[in-house]
Design a protein. Structure first.
Ligand code: HEC
Length: 382
């Protein structure tokens, strides 16, 4: 049952909400009002009633909205989303992105250009330039690591398409700290099919185990929104926690330093690359190796601000330092889609196809489910 006091609060917030929304078109058509041709003017006329002139949100007592407006001066929050997300929310309203209906739709009241001006003005509220902009947060490829620091949980699965069965999963938890840094924990686990040596009749058996748990630190030491570039260095320590006898790990500690670069290209294309080394503690267990991974992709949306689709193709190259080792190449065509309205839950699926040594390397189906946990819980924003 809804208690009277709650009902009252509900009604009053709806009244205020309607008042605020109906004020907007009125303000816009009033002849004496300043022309809405700059960010401040649009923001003051259309947004400040709820978001406050300072961007911190109008006092709650004035608004009585069930969902308070966010604080645009908080750089940690305000730099994460690209302009396209904020313009979508503003043009099509909160519910179009799984947000509150108290954030009205300005389609019809403002032009797309005026919405862009208002969003430009919101961008001036965070004055700390150290935080990389959300535009530089490019779609995550299946194999190549990104340069952007993330608050994400990702579970990636690799399934061998031929030979003995192999299903390997990697759970990654990533968390940002400070404007440009991130730590992460990687927990692999899976199932492998092996020939049964005890029976010795060609029969096979499945075994399961955890793999080598890893811990990594990443720091984006350079980013430039105008140039569309972001570069990060990272170091990962991989501990021999997996059962290497069964094939679930290296059997030795591995240190993996790498550099990652993300670049926005014209016409919604983007490029990402990662160059790194695997330095092992015990050369008898695993050789030192180097790798280069590159991803070229393109993003399109359903409608002007809708669901994002990002086809990508990755090319990976890896080589053990041993003198007679060949470089192993793979190509990984894939497509990433955003699953929910808020676009913070994504799915990517592709095929990892070996380009050489195909007699000893299998094709693999690779997919991940990604949750950008800063943007909402798993159940929010559908
Ligand atoms: C009637 C009150 C109201 C008005 C007017 C209003 N907003 Fe909002 N806005 C909100 C509320 C409430 C939220 C929080 C929604 C949520 O978190 O579910 C919000 C959220 C947002 C967000 C959210 C971002 C995010 O990623 O969480 C953006 C961007 C935004 N508003 C932009 C604007 C712009 C630009 C204008 C003016 C053109 C405007 N708003 C006018 C109430 C309003």
């Amino acid at each position: 049952m809804i208690r009277p006091s709650r009902l009252h609060r509900c009604e009053s917030s709806i009244t205020l909400f309607i008042a605020a929304v109906s004020l907007v078109p009125l303000t816009l058509v009033a002849a004496e009002e300043p022309v809405l041709d700059n960010g401040r003017a649009v923001y003051q006329a259309a947004c400040a009633s709820c978001h406050g002139s300072s961007g911190r949100g109008a006092p709650p007592s004035l608004l009585a909205l069930d969902t308070p407006p966010p604080d645009f001066t908080d750089c940690d929050f305000a730099n994460r989303e690209p302009d396209s997300d904020w313009m979508g929310i503003t043009y099509e309203g909160g519910p179009s992105r799984g947000f509150s209906e108290f954030m009205p739709a300005f389609q019809g009241a403002l032009t797309v250009e005026q919405v862009q001006l208002a969003v430009n003005h919101i961008r001036t509220f965070c004055t700390d330039q150290r935080w990389p902009r959300g535009e530089l947060n490019l779609p995550r490829p299946l194999i190549t690591n990104k340069a952007f620091p993330e608050d994400e949980a990702v579970i990636t699965t690799l399934i061998d398409a031929g030979g003995l069965g192999s299903i390997l999963n990697k759970f990654v938890w990533e968390q940002r700290f400070g404007p440009r840094s991130q730590w992460e924990v990687v927990v692999p686990f899976g199932w492998l099919e092996t020939v049964d040596v005890i029976e010795d009749d060609g029969s096979t058996r499945w075994s399961s185990s955890m793999g080598d748990i890893a811990f990594a630190l990443k720091h984006a030491f350079y980013h430039n929104h105008e140039k569309g570039s972001i570069v990060a260095i990272a170091g990962e320590i991989i501990f021999p926690t997996g059962d290497d006898e069964l094939g679930f790990g290296n059997g030795t500690t591995v240190f993996e330093p790498f550099i990652a670069w993300g670049q926005i290209l014209p016409a919604n294309f983007f490029f990402q690359t990662q160059l790194g080394a695997e330095l092992t503690a015990d050369k008898d267990k695993a050789e030192n190796a180097a790798f280069l991974r590159c991803a070229l992709g393109w993003t399109t949306t359903t409608g002007q601000f809708g669901r994002a689709w990002s086809p990508m193709v990755e090319v990976t190259a890896g080589r053990e330092f041993a003198s007679d080792a060949d470089i192993r190449y793979s190509i990984v065509p894939q497509i990433q889609i955003t699953l929910n309205k808020r676009q913070h839950i994504m799915f990517n699926i592709g095929v990892r196809e070996p380009l050489n040594e195909r007699d000893v390397r299998n094709s693999q189906v690779v997919f991940y489910l990604l949750w950008d946990w800063f943007d909402g819980t798993l159940l929010e924003g559908w």
